[in-house]
Design a protein around this ligand. Structure first.
Ligand code: ADP
Ligand code: ZN
Ligand code: ZN
Length: 673
């Protein structure tokens, strides 16, 4: 429906749509809609043969292309759904993370709004739960001095960023709660981000029992319509505190006084799909726009944040003591190399761990065993020719699952029967190697036949609700030994757990990721925090083949600062973040030659460019070079300014985009490499 161009001002609307196209589109405004269009409102627009929800981001005198089409209708009658603050924030995300503005706005809005709806009524509205109101604790000396600084920033409307470094149980949450109280008293609002996995009913209850109905909760267990209602409460101002996972950073609150990011180091704050934003960094930008103060809390701060605190950009607040001065657990390292030399057969449990478990069982205590890998064995391997059973669609070994007696690919979920003979050399000498949670379970059952044992990993908790059920049974001591992946490491308080065993500390260390040490240190610290949360002191036993690695040594000593000192040297030497930014270009496709050629073409264009702001690494196949039938290559660009890097690669990418059978994505500040 092309219309003749008109040249009077404000005739054309600039509209962002949620597609990966980086420039905005222009539409003409029919006279009947003139009074309705407004920046931040949604509109239905024609897009090829389709009709899309678009976001009005501005007006232009003159459209960029011929054959401009009309806006079909304006969706929002009253006020715009996206205010100036969220427009600015999403624009920043689009620019920084190499996404389209429309994609960024999509990420900021609840589902029904993205689909062009105005209302969404949940069939069964959430009942308002009753909570026992709780008062503030009298702050400890350390909490008090942290609170003094934070309160001053909030009341002066300064966008100071605080890094609150304190171990689990040191009273960080109490600092958050009392800081939020200050913001509310000043008529301001607050946003609290918690990793999805830690957003348990107990965690939510702490906020609701303190602040009551002004708390709105946004998490993925809610139905879309329920989330939308919570969002509306915030937008209309009946709720003043948003508690939620990653996307709650877009909570539509006005007069923001404080943003809290609990467990700021968590990788789950980074979104996997476009826009690939990190909610922690978006929070810093939102505080810059609004003047809100920020608290980044962690027992194991990210190296990036701690470096900024060390450099004075953030303000470091430390809580060194646990509430009630509960002792930190004693951590023992078991050198599995020695263990292996002493025992004839490779063993899952070292003598020390086995002995410690039986002692706890005799005293009717509880044990948690931690393993970062699910399944029974890691891989199946032919003793004669070395053949390893790998997935047909992914370049990874298949994992044997004891319960189903089948092989399973953890990347694409392809399943197969284990071979009786080697598919390559027909030898019958096929062995199972490596250990997973299921194998630990069967070994524990063999060694401790009287113990009640349960396993918690994504296999065991695939059924909705079983996750919570296992935890509550463990809490009621209907289970003696709980075995699990990192799922069990977080956020739960089990006072009767006096022993935590880390069956292998090495799985995370061996990953080819520059954050491997950081991950390992975090994991071990977190796991150790599970022991001795009651009155009895806890004990932690860590089994490892690399007992002298600093990530393991420092975690035993509960020495974050010592770990940081080592890690930062390594980052500096190899020029990794925080000394540089990384932009990862990922190439995917079903035809291997095409992917390889495109990767090399791209590298050639980029390395020819003069005055480039970057250092290039690759192109290379990724660690797992094929998943679900798609070949995976990447190219890393390092440089100080991600925006400059993105500007630099844009032209080169334009040449490759649209080539058939090739998917190219850009990830700024990627989390897992
Ligand atoms: P963190 O968030 O660092 O894990 P929490 O804030 O959850 O720590 O505090 C740990 C426990 O100590 C909680 O049960 C909390 O209610 C309690 N607590 C926190 N601050 C105080 C205080 N000042 N006095 C007494 N108990 C406190
Ligand atoms: Zn073989
Ligand atoms: Zn697979």
């Amino acid at each position: 429906m092309a219309r003749p161009q008109k040249d009077n001002k404000d005739t054309f609307a600039e509209i962002a749509v949620g597609l990966p196209v980086r420039k905005p589109f222009h539409y003409s405004i029919p006279p009947a809609l003139k009074d309705k269009v407004e920046i931040g409102k949604r509109a239905w627009v024609p897009f090829g043969p389709r009709r899309l929800v678009g976001y009005i981001t501005g007006f232009v005198d003159r459209p960029e292309v011929e054959g401009i089409k009309d806006i079909i209708s304006v969706i929002d009658d009253e006020s715009p759904v996206i205010d100036a603050e969220l427009l600015a924030l999403t624009k920043w995300i689009a620019d920084y993370y190499h996404a389209s503005w429309g994609e960024a706005i999509d990420a900021a809005l609840p589902g029904p709004l993205k689909k062009g709806k105005i209302k969404a009524k949940p069939r069964h509205p959430l009942a308002e739960e009753e909570y026992e109101p709780t008062g503030n604790f009298k702050p400890t000396h350390e909490q008090d001095s942290a609170l003094k600084s934070i309160r001053e920033s909030i009341s002066k409307g300064r966008n100071d960023v605080y890094l609150l470094h304190g171990i689990t149980g040191s009273g960080k949450t109490e600092v958050y709660l009392q800081s939020i109280e200050t913001a509310l008293k000043l008529g301001k609002t607050a946003i609290v981000l918690v990793p999805e996995i830690s957003l348990t009913p107990q965690a939510i209850e702490r906020f609701k029992s303190r602040f009551g109905s002004v708390v709105a909760v946004l998490h993925s267990r809610l139905l879309e319509s329920e989330r939308f209602l919570e969002w509306k409460k915030l937008k209309e101002g009946t709720a003043k505190i948003a508690v939620g996972a990653r996307s709650a950073i877009f909570a539509p609150v006005k007069n923001l006084g404080l943003i809290v990011i609990d467990e700021e180091h968590e990788t789950s704050y980074k979104q996997d799909d476009a826009p690939r934003y990190n909610a922690r960094d978006v929070a810093i930008e939102r505080s810059r726009i609004t003047g809100a103060a920020v608290i980044l809390g962690s027992a194991t701060p990210s190296i990036e944040s701690y470096q900024k605190a060390a450099a004075g950009e953030y303000r470091l607040l430390k809580i060194a003591e646990r509430i009630e001065k509960r002792a930190l657990p004693k951590v023992d390292i078991i050198d599995m190399r020695q263990e292996r030399l002493d025992a004839k057969e490779p063993k899952i449990f070292s003598r020390a761990l086995e002995h410690a478990i039986s002692q706890v069982m005799n005293r009717r205590g509880q044990v948690m065993l931690f393993m970062n890998r699910r399944g029974f064995s890691t891989f199946i391997n032919c003793r004669k020719c070395g053949y390893v059973v790998t997935c047909r669609y992914c370049n990874v070994s298949m994992t044997y699952h004891f319960d189903t007696r089948r092989l399973n690919c953890h990347y694409c979920n392809y399943q197969a029967d284990p071979p009786e003979k080697c598919p390559k050399c027909k030898s019958g000498d096929i062995r199972y190697f490596g250990i997973g949670t299921q194998k630990i379970e069967s070994e524990a059952a063999r060694l401790f036949p009287a113990a009640r044992i349960a396993r918690m990993d994504t296999d065991a908790t695939a059924k909705r609700g079983s996750h919570g059920r296992i935890l509550s049974e463990f809490k009621k001591h209907k289970i003696d030994i709980l075995i699990g992946t990192q799922m069990i490491a977080k956020g739960h308080d089990f006072p009767r757990v006096t022993l935590v065993g880390v069956v292998s500390a090495d799985t995370a260390l061996s990953l080819p990721d520059f954050r491997a040490s950081e991950r390992t240190f975090n994991l071990l610290t977190q796991v150790a925090g599970r022991a001795g949360r009651g009155s009895e002191p806890g004990r932690v036993i860590v089994q490892t083949f690399s007992p002298n690695h600093y990530a393991i040594e420092k975690s035993i000593e509960h020495d974050y600062v010592g770990f940081f000192a080592e890690e930062i040297k390594f980052r500096k030497e190899l020029n990794y973040p925080p000394f540089t930014h990384i932009v990862e270009i990922k190439l995917r496709g079903r035809k291997e030659e095409r992917v390889i050629k495109a990767a090399h073409d791209l590298a050639a264009i980029l390395s020819e460019a003069k005055g480039k702001p970057v250092e290039m690494v690759g192109p290379a196949p990724e660690f797992i070079s094929k998943i679900k039938g798609q070949f995976r290559w990447n190219l890393l660009l390092k440089g100080e300014d991600p925006k400059a890097i993105c500007g630099f690669i844009d032209k080169a990418l334009d040449n490759l985009r649209g080539k058939s059978g090739l998917i190219i994505t850009v990830d700024v500040d990627p989390m897992g490499l």
